[in-house]
Design a protein around this ligand. Structure first.
Ligand code: GSH
Length: 320
């Protein structure tokens, strides 16, 4: 765990001292957009036109934010259009690496051993955390974006004329509602599990864990009367919730102390999670070995022994 300061790697755990034991997530540093015609998107610079085989995605199969992008790459049939590298699940004192291991896919672009080299290749004096996912432009040799929320919106529609399959998870009549529920779920659940797990005071932990379970209770009630978050169609909001739910019982309950209830204890959320997991192609984006190995071995302040628990057995394939 660490970060780049003026292009130099520094080994440093998250600093929660200044924030009363609370974990605060840093904003992503690269915020450009791939667009149909190469014009600038909602933020950043233009010049990134959608083209087949121009972009490369760097992910960790453990990471819920990166998992959003692998899901959209899969759903939109972009596997042959956007190439992909996968880091090793262990994130040690030099951050993410391409050390050999099952499921690791080396970096064909700059041949990096460490993920931070991808950041310094784009910006030699970069300062900030070295996170996945990253969308890289092979043409201009730079990072387009390292913000998953925006990368999935690019994948959703920008590549439709260059080989993506049909499918729109952000229908224009529902964007306002999707943005609203995304904000609620991001704060209380997606980031809420991290706020719970990385809290270093009792008070910060309790605030986060209570907000998290209140939010899960709210969604459990919502799913009692409709199949998906926005009704009867699957949208971006469902996929953003899915990546946290699928990791919840295996990792967040134990490792992050999100243990008031498990997802399997919520009949509606548990059925919903299985429903999404069983959408064709989705289970291929879920690598439970990388997920468990990453969290339990990388966060040594939380799990100093690095022992990875054997269970739980979770029947994601059971009919819903
Ligand atoms: N805003 C980013 C957050 C990504 C993120 O935090 N990824 C984690 C892995 S789950 C990471 O790479 N962390 C490394 C670090 O913070 O040093 C996004 O959603 O794309």
């Amino acid at each position: 765990m660490g970060l780049l300061v003026d292009g130099q790697w520094q080994d440093k755990w998250y600093d929660t001292e200044a924030s009363g034991g609370r974990f605060e997530r840093e904003d992503a540093g690269f915020r450009n957009w791939v667009t149909v015609d190469g014009s600038a998107g909602p933020s950043g610079q233009g010049g990134f036109q959608a083209e087949a085989n121009r972009y490369h995605l760097y992910v960790s199969l453990a990471c819920p934010w990166a998992n959003r992008t692998t899901i959209f790459r899969q759903l939109k049939g972009l596997e042959d259009i956007i190439s992909m590298s996968v880091v090793h699940p262990f994130m040690g004192d030099k951050g993410w690496t391409f050390a050999e291991g099952t499921g690791v896919v080396a970096d064909p672009i700059i041949n990096a051993s460490y993920l931070y080299e991808v950041y310094t290749a784009a910006e030699p004096n970069y300062t900030g955390r070295v996170t996945v996912p990253i969308l890289w432009d092979k043409k201009t040799n730079t990072i387009v974006s390292n913000e998953s929320a925006e990368i999935i919106r690019m994948f959703n529609s920008a590549f439709d004329d260059v080989g993506a399959v049909v499918g729109d998870f952000l229908p224009s009549d529902a964007i306002v509602e999707i943005d609203e529920i995304n904000a609620f779920i991001y704060d209380a659940i997606n980031n809420g599990v991290y706020k719970t797990g990385f809290a270093t005071t009792q008070e910060a932990y309790e605030d986060a864990v209570i907000t998290l379970f209140d939010a899960l209770d709210t969604l459990e009630a919502r799913l009692a009367v409709q199949r998906y978050l926005l009704g009867d169609r699957i949208t971006e909001a469902d996929w953003r919730l899915f990546t946290t739910l699928v990791r919840f019982d295996a990792v967040y309950v134990g490792h992050f102390k999100c243990n008031i209830r498990r997802i399997v204890d919520y009949p509606n959320l548990w059925g919903y999670l299985r429903d999404l997991y069983q959408v064709p192609g989705i289970k291929d984006t879920v690598n439970m070995d990388h997920i468990k190995a990453h969290y339990y071995t990388s966060h040594t302040t939380i799990n100093p022994t690095g022992v990875i628990p054997a269970g739980p057995v979770i029947e994601f394939d059971k009919p819903h």
